[in-house]
Design a protein around this ligand. Structure first.
Ligand code: GDP
Length: 295
């Protein structure tokens, strides 16, 4: 991921490397190149425009220190702005609740990597000393329940499910079950559809209302480009979620989702999923991602 963007940015900085000073002309050229590079990486148009304006303003406003070349200065400004764009710092999960168990609700489209993420998160929490329970609230697809059970086994975390097609009941009974068996955090895997639809949204809203989750995470496949941002917008309008999980960052996604989502929905990216295996989950660090983009 980001290979193309990294290459293009590197070429832009190279062009600046021979310049003795920063001026309207060379900054203008650099900004045009950066804009093209970002749009080429599928970054949202408005986000790109604002990004380039901010970098230009900072670059022209800054005195070039003697020890730092104009190119180095621009790299630093771009790096800082990329970090800021992706949220500044990692925002942790909010599990500091008075009530037990803490409830994490996980929402997103079918195929986004939701179920896989639930299992990965359970594994991670367990490693951190928690006692998670996975709850299958995707009650319409037997395959989804079976998948959660298989993955629960893999990470050695119990999975709760019911036979009835009642997501609310599954979730509420799951919370009761957690209390009964001494689990301190419940991860609710909700139903997703292939596309945003009213039924899915209404059900997720009602789950939110009844469950009062401590944390709602929205899972989105980074490979779907601009669509990731559009989907995030719709889910955020309905659920006002707390954080984003970007998945499939191991693929050849162009990176636009990672760079646009925080700005568009103003919610932090908390995790990134980088593969199908249960250990392929990392906290999302904007500064490290910016470093990765800049190579
Ligand atoms: P759900 O329908 O949203 O619950 O999605 P799943 O968890 O079933 O994932 C859909 C497919 O994407 C599965 O084949 C997963 O193995 C795969 N998957 C999930 N996360 C990742 C990831 O980070 N990288 C890759 N390459 N595949 C992933």
């Amino acid at each position: 991921m980001f290979d193309n963007l990294s290459d293009k940015l590197e070429a832009t900085f190279k062009k600046l490397a021979g310049q003795a000073t920063i001026n309207e002309v060379n900054i203008g050229i650099a900004m045009r190149d950066i804009k093209r590079a970002l749009l080429g990486a599928d970054v949202n148009y408005k986000v790109t425009k604002k990004f380039v304006e901010d970098v230009r303003e900072k670059a022209l406003g800054e005195q070039v220190v003697k020890s730092v070349s104009p190119a180095q200065m621009i790299v630093k400004i771009v790096s800082d702005e990329l970090t800021e764009l992706m949220g500044g710092e990692n925002k942790p999960l909010n599990l500091a609740t008075n009530k037990l168990p803490a409830v994490i609700m996980v929402a997103g489209l079918q195929g986004s990597g939701k179920t896989t993420f639930c299992a990965k998160l359970a594994k991670r929490l367990k490693k951190n000393g928690k006692h998670p329970l996975l709850v299958a609230a995707d009650v319409y697809r037997p395959a989804a329940i079976a998948q959660l059970k298989t993955m629960g086994d893999q990470v050695d975390v119990p999975v709760f499910s019911i036979d009835a097609q009642d997501a609310l009941k599954a979730a509420l009974d799951g919370v009761d079950e957690a209390r009964k068996i001494g689990c301190d955090v419940v991860i609710v895997d909700t139903a997703g559809r292939l596309q945003v639809d009213e039924g899915m949204m209404a059900e997720a809203e009602s789950l939110k209302k009844q469950l009062s989750p401590d944390e709602i995470l929205f899972v989105v496949d980074a490979m779907i480009g601009q669509e990731a941002v559009n989907t995030a917008k719709v889910f955020n309008e309905r659920l006002d979620f707390d954080g984003v999980v970007l998945t499939k960052l191991d693929g050849d996604a162009r990176g636009g989702a990672a760079l646009s989502i925080k700005h568009v929905v103003d919610k932090p990216i908390k995790f990134m999923s980088v593969g199908e295996k249960v250990d392929d989950l990392d906290l999302f660090y904007p500064d490290r991602m910016a470093q990765r983009i800049l190579g």
